[in-house]
Write a protein that binds this ligand. Structure first.
Ligand code: ATP
Ligand code: RIB
Length: 310
């Protein structure tokens, strides 16, 4: 058994059906695509794979369907060294899927059908009680039932990291249990009730901290990320490397997986340096197609990432 810090994901596994096209279609429009791929995705599993590829000691608590994809998905997780003891198969349900379109400028559109992900329940959490209690960090998202994540967060003695994606507002109780809340600009906008961007990020982060979390992080695409902590209420912006994006799908997942890994393996580093390193990992993921396949596995953190106190 590994003595490395335990990184536990309670979240989704989905199969991504991705078409690449010159642009995203308008409503009612049919366009010609240039390529089609099938790959392993889902925010939960993506974040777990991102952490595993960075050398994290990872565990996946999730549900797949009793179709061909379910078995293949479990093998995929194992191939990254992820512990699948608590990866369960749901009878009479399909594995979750995501239908993704990526445009030539790297933007995407995603529709998900949760399938077996919707069946992840409180007894799955009870079944993994010892792992959850002893986890150094639990990561969760909103592609699996909220009350299941709530149960896991309630029982965990370690860091509780919520990536509140896809966006929804009925998560007040969950936010109160979070150590770290991480959202992108549209998700932040929905939670705070105004359109968030770099110019009003200080106010947005303050409102997110008011929900009860200890650290609030907003990722800003090619502008990096910003954070505030309830300790000192300082707001710090960390820019990211300039790259030419090929496919930004899963960039947020690369960020969250890296953030979780560095939070438990580089405890002596300042939080803005940990966020800088997570941005660095995520920016490296957008220069390649796909999600899990685009996450870096040979990564060296810089000594000092640039930042600005806002
Ligand atoms: P997605 O939904 O596409 O997975 P997201 O919307 O959750 O991503 P973003 O804020 O777009 O999250 O991106 C997360 C991180 O990925 C950013 O903080 C940044 O480090 C990196 N990133 C995203 N887009 C770019 C880009 N165009 N250039 C460089 N880095 C990027
Ligand atoms: O964040 C990217 C992921 O969102 C994709 O892999 C897709 O499965 C959707 O859940």
């Amino acid at each position: 058994m590994s003595s490395l810090p335990k990184i536990v994901v309670v979240g989704s596994c989905s199969v991504d059906f991705t078409t690449y096209a010159p642009k995203l279609p308008n409503p009612g429009e049919t366009i010609h695509g240039t390529k089609f791929t099938t790959s392993f995705g889902g925010k939960g599993a993506n974040q777990c794979v991102a952490a595993a590829k960075l050398g994290g000691n990872t565990y996946m608590i999730c549900r797949v369907g009793d179709d061909d994809w379910g078995g293949k998905y479990k093998e995929n997780l194992k191939s990254f060294g992820i512990d699948v003891t608590h990866t369960k198969t749901t009878t009479d349900s399909t594995t979750g899927i995501a239908q993704i379109t990526v445009s030539s400028n790297g933007e995407n559109q995603i529709v998900i059908v949760a399938g077996a992900n919707n069946h992840l329940n409180k007894s799955d959490i009870q079944g993994a009680l010892s792992l959850i209690k002893n986890a150094d960090i639990i990561i969760s998202q909103l592609e699996t039932p909220v009350d299941t994540t709530y149960e896991a967060f309630k029982l965990c003695n370690g860091i509780k990291l919520l990536n509140a994606a896809p966006a929804r507002t009925d998560i007040k109780n969950l936010l109160e249990l979070c150590t770290v809340l991480c959202v992108n600009e549209p998700e932040a906008s929905l939670l705070v009730g105004f359109e968030v961007n770099l110019s009003n990020i200080k106010l947005a982060l303050k409102e997110l901290l008011d929900t009860g979390c200890k650290i609030a992080i907003i990722t800003l695409g090619d502008k990096g990320a910003a954070y505030s902590s309830s300790n000192d209420s300082q707001c710090i912006h960390i820019p990211c490397e300039k790259v030419i994006p090929v496919d930004t799908t899963g960039a947020g997942d690369a960020f969250v997986g890296a953030l979780a890994t560095f939070l438990v393996t580089q405890k002596d580093r300042a939080i803005h340096q940990i966020i800088g390193a997570a941005c660095d990992v995520a920016s490296k993921s957008v220069i390649n197609e796909g999600t899990q396949s685009s996450f870096p596995d040979k990564f060296i953190c810089q000594e000092n990432y640039k930042y600005t106190v806002l």
